[in-house]
Ligand binder design. Structure first.
Ligand code: GLN
Length: 266
């Protein structure tokens, strides 16, 4: 009788142990982050691991939230839709805050600043932004795009959106813009002479120029932008938690440290 009781007790303990083990695992909720991992130094592959500024900032946020970060690599243009539909919790992709995107998703406080740059071949006949245009009106805005100018961009990015605008707004007109799936593809098109220039965020531009011979970045800023994390409109609780985490990570120097690790200032 005693033996049976002891056995039952053991069994009960085992069941308890398993149950609590199980619930422990469930307690660590996943934080799914969508990105496009061809955007160094914000996100890129090191072996089969996605690393970079965004990956590390998201990791630090997840840690503060007691969540486990899962990074999903997808096309840049499908990140906002995926966040909206709840497929991903957050989008962290060197994503610029724009009024149009704000209609679809909420943005966290900004954690970095970005500039759109123009990459050309080292021996390019174009030496400034103005060079791409035929002339300027009385307000100093371009009147037309020179014959043969083709601008390569990464599809659905701000570089794409601004370039496809009318010359009067310092765009090049849709017909003169060729979009590629990744920034790296756009740069390859420049290397092989299919496009005249690539307009892309400054830090990836620097990485691409360093990784390919015969390219350079034109002086000046095409635009200046704020990067932030996007979150579904209805997920205001997560937005608040992320903003709190970001504020703490800014205050204790973590964000600066992560950025400095990938963008050394000389
Ligand atoms: N900052 C740009 C944008 O938001 C590009 C981002 C990216 O290509 N990952 O459109």
């Amino acid at each position: 009788m005693k033996k049976i009781l002891a056995l039952l007790l053991m069994l009960a303990m085992l069941v308890c142990c398993f149950a609590s083990c199980g619930s422990d695992a469930d307690d660590t909720k996943k934080l799914t982050m969508a990105t496009n991992a061809a955007f160094p130094p914000y996100e890129f592959y090191e072996g089969d691991k996605i690393v970079g500024i965004d990956a590390e900032i998201a990791e630090a946020i997840a840690k503060k939230l007691g969540m486990e970060l899962e990074i999903i690599d997808t096309e840049f243009g499908s990140i906002i839709g995926g966040v909206q539909s709840g497929k991903y919790d957050i989008g962290v992709a060197g994503m610029t805050v724009t009024e149009e995107r704000k209609e679809s998703v909420n943005f966290s406080d900004s954690y970095a600043n970005g500039i759109q740059s123009v990459i050309v071949a080292e021996n390019s006949e174009y030496t400034s932004f103005e060079d791409f245009y035929t002339g300027f009106d009385a307000d100093g805005n371009p009147e037309g795009v020179k014959e043969g100018v083709k601008i390569g961009v990464q599809q659905d990015t701000t570089g794409h959106i601004y370039s496809a605008d009318e010359p009067g707004n310092w765009g090049f007109g849709e017909a003169n813009v060729i979009s590629y799936k990744t920034g790296a593809d756009a740069v390859q098109a420049l290397v092989s002479g299919k496009v005249t220039a690539v307009i892309i965020d400054n830090e990836p531009a620097k990485s691409f120029v360093a990784a390919n011979t015969g390219l350079k970045i034109l002086e000046g800023e095409y635009t200046n932008e704020d990067y932030a994390i996007c979150i579904a409109k209805e997920n205001t609780e997560l937005l608040e938690k992320i903003n709190t985490a970001l504020a703490e990570l800014k205050a204790d120097g973590t964000i600066d440290k992560i950025i400095a690790k990938y963008i050394p200032t000389k």
